[in-house]
Design a protein. Structure first.
Length: 378
């Protein structure tokens, strides 16, 4: 049974929130030490327990910064079976470094990106830089509460559907700390916005969020981009990157992410009078994949005549384990890469337009100032 927050837990939330406030006070007063590092350190995180789109934003940041500098990514490596610092190489897997770091490895394989995992980020940053002394920018994935590191840029992400200022601290809500923590953000990103966000909606969210932020912290809006499906592995029937025709086909979907509803909606939009979404399985975030799970999905394949299964890049990272690659489900699975696009306001049309480069300019200018360099959007 999944945990459901509620008002019944408010006394516990007040207790937990007070403890987090005392912890933050200790860092603010420098009773606890926060370390700065020589590379630009960009923290990408949230106040809530997950589901804000950190992974696609981390990939966006990496792609943007790679145009200017060698980049490092440091993650906790949630769910891995190892401890301490591990450099992500071809010898590792989702089991040894976690599903998201392995996803980043698959995404940026061959690029000038060094990826590591470490529970203690303050210890992991210098170890990561030792592996590649040319790194000029380190992205900390999901590190907003890791106050032992003082980032040069602290990015806070919250969703359009569930902004942090309308939530409560655990266990009455989904927040890891109180809303006052937003004051640490150098910028706020409101993610998962509708692509046709109106000016009225944009202004309303800016007005609501502004009182929780520093006066000079900018607010940006991003939307999810569902890209062309790709085969999980080039084997069996999936010998090309060309998705077979879906006309008259039953499809299925599964994912192990924090908020699967938007992915399910995307698959439902693929379905029409000739395509039927016969099954969708939403698994726990970071859920492990094993033969038993694939056997269950394969049984649905046969009983419901499903020809193609769709999942996310995060799920693909786990499906590529050596012990699963020969399962007959693999050749039926296609993953849909999920990216982000920042929205720029179009005054003529009265709504958000695509390809807004306000965020790119802000981040590159800020990182350039940290490094004593001049970076501009190309």
């Amino acid at each position: 049974m999944k945990f459901k927050p509620g008002k019944w837990a408010l006394p516990l939330s007040w207790l937990y929130g007070s403890i987090m406030q005392l912890r933050n006070l200790a860092y603010d007063r420098q009773w606890f030490r926060s370390l700065r590092f020589e590379p630009a350190v960009i923290s990408c995180g949230n106040l809530s327990v997950g589901g804000t789109g950190k992974s696609p934003h981390t990939e966006y940041l990496t792609t943007l910064l790679l145009e200017h500098y060698p980049v490092g990514i440091l993650s906790r490596g949630y769910g891995r079976n190892t401890k301490g610092f591990v450099l992500v190489t071809e010898q590792e897997s989702a089991k040894t470094v976690g599903d998201e770091p392995w996803q980043y490895h698959l995404r940026f394989d061959g690029a000038d990106v060094s990826i590591g995992v470490a529970e203690r980020r303050a210890e992991g940053i210098p170890l990561l830089v030792q592996t590649n002394p040319n790194i000029r920018a380190v992205i900390l994935d999901d590190a907003y509460q890791h106050r032992s590191v003082k980032p040069s840029q602290n990015l806070l992400i919250t969703t359009f559907q569930h902004p942090f200022w309308r939530d409560n601290v655990l266990p009455a809500g989904w927040l890891r700390e109180g809303v006052s923590g937003a004051k640490r953000a150098n910028a706020l990103i409101i993610s998962k916005c509708p692509s046709d966000l109106t000016a009225a909606e944009r202004n309303r969210y800016i007005k609501e969020a502004r009182s929780y932020l520093r006066p000079n912290s900018p607010i940006f809006f991003s939307t999810l981009l569902y890209k062309k499906p790709r085969p999980v592995a080039l084997s069996g029937r999936a010998l090309t990157n060309q998705l077979p025709s879906l006309i008259g086909v039953n499809i299925g979907g599964f994912c192990g992410i924090a908020t699967p509803n938007l992915f399910k909606e995307h698959l439902a939009n693929i379905a029409d009078s000739t395509v039927v979404l016969k099954a969708f399985i939403g698994l726990d975030d970071h859920a492990s994949f094993d033969k038993q799970l694939l056997d269950e999905l394969y049984e649905k394949t046969k009983s419901q005549d499903i020809k193609v299964w769709f999942c996310t890049a995060k799920d693909r990272a786990k499906l590529l384990g050596a012990d699963l690659l020969n399962h007959p489900m693999i050749e039926l699975c296609w993953y849909i890469p999920i990216g982000v696009e920042f929205l720029g306001y179009d005054e003529d049309k009265g709504h958000q337009g695509h390809n807004g480069n306000g965020f790119d300019n802000w981040l590159l200018t800020s990182v350039g100032q940290t490094l004593g360099l001049d970076s501009k959007v190309k």
